[in-house]
Design a protein around this ligand. Structure first.
Ligand SMILES: Nc1ncnc2c1ncn2[C@@H]1O[C@H](COP(=O)(O)OP(=O)(O)O)[C@@H](O)[C@H]1O
Ligand SMILES: [Mg+2]
Length: 230
């Protein structure tokens, strides 16, 4: 059996001397989505920061495309195809919507065409500064930027937060397309229905640790909800 595209074991870390996330294991194959679930404050965002190199590991290891992520800075991981859409401050508020989309890439916005057609709210506000968008609209802008990148691994931290239901459904459709194209997705979510709609695997966290992990097909919303309130 070949190794998963992205895998991590014993991931432990936090802020300074404080440990928030303890011994978390996980893996995502190309063409698969893994959703990380859990109540507020259990360490989901901290886990994403540890996996993307924004925080150092206190223990554990991660491998992406057969390569150790040990010591690699966020931009080096990005260069290898690890795309991250963070939960907080997902876009540059002082730049225009267009600049947010073209900053990290070529000025060519063609690759955004299908996404912008699906989210006309952005197309209408291209020249406006991103800071004038609502929280949900900023999440859409971040999502569009990440979804259009060529990287094989996409990490999304609460992409649906503050986003209207019809736009959440459009996000789900693009994520399914990404999976079909061989992308691997690691998604933090509070929206159980959205998570189960996309996930092949699920990790439920509580107090910084994994309390349930397995195939999404084996889990019901009720099972997940029960583990999120232990
Ligand atoms: N920048 C930070 N500095 C210190 N502690 C933090 C920081 N960010 C989060 N924490 C703490 O880490 C814990 C987990 O937070 P977080 O990873 O954001 O949880 P979640 O994403 O599951 O809501 C919380 O107790 C939170 O207060
Ligand atoms: Mg969070």
């Amino acid at each position: 059996m070949s190794a998963p595209l992205f895998s991590f074991t014993g991931v432990t870390g936090g802020y300074g001397a404080t440990t928030v996330v303890r011994a978390v294991d996980g893996a995502v194959e190309a063409g698969e989505a893994c959703c990380v679930l859990g109540r507020n404050g259990v360490g989901k965002t901290t886990l994403m920061r540890l996996l993307t190199g924004h925080l150092p590991l206190q223990a554990g290891a991660a491998t992406f495309g057969g390569r150790s992520m040990d010591g690699l800075a966020p931009d080096e991981r990005h260069g290898l195809g690890m795309v991250y859409c963070p939960q907080d401050r997902p876009v540059f508020d002082n730049l225009s919507v267009r600049e947010n989309l073209t900053l990290m890439a070529s000025a060519d916005t063609d690759r955004y065409a299908p996404l912008l057609a699906a989210f006309p709210i952005l197309e209408d506000r291209m020249a406006q500064s991103a800071g004038t968008l609502s929280g949900g609209e900023r999440k859409i802008l971040s999502f569009v930027r990440g979804a259009a990148e060529a990287g094989q691994l996409l990490l999304l931290d609460e992409p649906s937060e503050g986003v209207q239901q019809e736009n959440v459904e459009r996000m789900a459709a693009f994520l399914h397309e990404g999976k079909a194209a061989g992308r691997a997705l690691l998604i933090v979510e509070q929206n159980l229905a959205f998570a189960l709609e996309i996930a092949d695997r699920v990790i439920v966290m509580d107090h910084g640790e994994v309390v349930l992990a397995g195939n999404a097909a084996d889990m019901t919303e009720a099972t997940l909800a029960a583990h999120m309130h232990v």
